[in-house]
Design a binder for this molecule. Structure first.
Ligand code: 1CP
Length: 344
C-alpha cells in the first residue's frame, strides 16, 4: 500500500508541496498542560516511567497543533540509568548522574539484556501511542547518540564544553571507547524494542557532536551512529532513521551516506540554502528555524520560516526547529510557525 503519512513520505525521499512539521521538545514546559501533567506525575523521571502520563504529554502537542509527528516522551538519560548509573534531576538545574571514569566502574555496568527491566515502561508508552495517535501522525522513537550520552555519563551532568569526556578520551582511551561501545550496544537494543512496540521512525540525538574535531568526529559521532543505523536496518529495514549531529557545520556534507541515515537534521548554525546544495542532494533534511523565534514571534518568525521553506522546498524536507523549544516560548508563536509553513 502506498505510504500516506507525510513524514514517512518525506523520509522516503519525496518532495512535498508543503513540508510536514514537528518540533523538538514539542512536549515541554512552554505548554501549561504539560506542566499540569508533570505536577500530577510528581517529578520528571516519574513522568518518563509512567506510560499513561508519558503518552498523555506526547499527545498534548498533537491535540493542540496537529503536528505531523509525535515524538515519544522520554529522555536520552534513561539508557545510562538502565545500564546502572544513578540518575536524578535537580529542579532548576538539570540532570545529575553518578560518573563512570574507570575500568572498574565500566565493568560494573549491567549487561545489555538487563536494560529492558528499567526501560519496559518506555516500550509500554510507545505501545499506547501507536494505538492512540491519529492515523496520519507518525510516531518517532529516539535515543541519544553514544558520544552525547557518554558526555553525561563521564561528567555526571551537562557541561559547556564536554571537558571531562574529552579528558577521559585523552587520558584513558580504552575506558572511553568501552563506554562508547556499551552505549552503542545498549542503544541498538533499546531502539529495536521501541520499533517492536510501534515506533515508525527513530532519531539519534548527537547534541554535542560539534565539540568533536577531526578524526574524533568520525570515530565517536559518525561511526557509532553508523553502527546503530546498520544494526537497526538489518532487523527493521523499513524503519527510517534521522541522525542529528548538532553543530557538525560543513561536516554535514556527505552525512547521509556516512551514517546510512534516511534523514539528516540540521541545526540553526547551518544556512538552509547551503544545506539544500550540500546536504539535501543526498536525501531528506530536517530543520532548522532558530528556537528563539518561538519566544520573539512576529514578522521575523514568518519571514525566516518562509525563507527556510523556500530554500529547502525543492527536495525532501521536514520542517523543524534547529534545536529544542525553550520553556519561555509563547505557544501562540508555535501556531504562527505552523500556519506559515502550511499556509505559504
Ligand atoms: O523540567 C522538565 O520537565 C524537564 C525538561 C526535559 C524534557 C521535556 C528534559 C530534561 N528532557 C525532556 C524530554 C526530552 N528530552 C525529549 C522528549 C521528546 C520531545 O518532546 O522532544 C527528548 C527527545 C529529549 C532529548 C534530550 N535530553 C537531549 C537531546 C536533545 C537536545 O535537547 O539536545 C538531551 C541533551 C537531554 C538531556 C536533558 N534532559 C533534560 C535536560 C534539561 C537535559 C539537558 C541537560 C544539560 O545539557 O544540561
Amino acid at each position: 500500500m502506498a505510504q500516506q503519512k507525510t513524514i514517512l513520505r518525506a523520509l522516503a525521499g519525496e518532495t512535498l508541496d508543503t513540508p510536514p512539521i514537528w518540533m523538538m521538545r514539542q512536549a515541554g514546559r512552554y505548554l501549561p498542560e504539560y506542566k499540569a501533567t508533570r505536577a500530577q506525575a510528581g517529578d520528571f523521571l516519574s513522568l518518563c516511567y509512567n506510560p499513561e502520563l508519558a503518552a498523555e504529554v506526547t499527545l498534548q502537542p498533537i491535540r493542540r497543533y496537529g503536528f505531523d509527528a509525535a515524538i515519544l516522551f522520554a529522555d536520552i538519560l534513561l539508557l545510562p540509568q538502565a545500564l546502572g548509573a544513578d540518575l536524578w534531576f535537580v529542579t532548576g538545574e538539570g540532570p545529575r548522574l553518578s560518573t563512570i571514569t574507570s575500568a572498574d566502574e565500566l565493568s560494573k555496568l549491567k549487561p545489555t539484556d538487563a536494560i529492558h527491566d528499567t526501560l519496559s515502561p518506555v516500550y509500554e508508552t510507545v505501545k499506547i501511542l501507536s494505538e492512540e495517535l491519529p492515523k496520519e501522525t507518525t510516531l518517532i522513537g529516539f535515543a541519544g547518540a553514544p558520544w552525547t550520552v557518554a558526555t553525561y555519563m563521564i561528567a555526571g551532568q551537562g557541561t559547556p564544553d564536554q571537558g571531562p569526556a574529552h579528558a577521559l578520551k585523552a587520558e584513558n582511551r580504552p575506558v572511553f571507547e568501552g563506554i562508547i561501545d556499551r552505549i552503542t550496544e545498549g542503544t541498538i537494543a533499546y531502539l529495536s524494542k521501541q520499533i517492536e512496540a510501534g515506533a515508525e521512525c527513530v532519531k539519534l540525538f548527537d547534541s554535542w557532536a560539534g565539540s568533536l574535531q577531526g578524526d574524533d568526529f568520525k570515530d565517536f559521532s559518525v561511526k557509532p551512529m553508523q553502527q546503530i543505523t546498520a544494526a537497526l536496518k538489518e532487523k527493521h529495514p523499513d524503519i527510517p532513521v534521522i541522525a542529528f549531529p548538532r553543530g557538525a557545520g560543513t561536516k554535514y556534507t556527505g552525512m547521509h551516506a556516512a551514517i546510512g541515515a534516511d534523514c539528516v537534521a540540521i541545526d540553526d548554525r547551518v544556512d538552509a540554502a547551503w544545506a539544500a546544495k550540500h546536504v539535501q542532494i543526498d536525501g531528506c533534511v530536517q530543520g532548522n528555524l532558530k528556537s528563539s523565534h518561538m519566544v520573539t514571534g512576529g514578522d521575523a518568525l514568518v519571514s525566516e520560516t518562509r525563507r527556510i521553506c523556500d530554500a529547502l522546498g525543492k527536495g525532501p524536507h521536514i520542517f523543524n526547529l534547529g534545536h529544542g523549544i525553550t520553556p519561555d516560548a509563547d505557544p501562540a508563536n508555535v501556531q504562527l510557525m505552523i500556519d506559515t509553513v502550511r499556509g505559504g
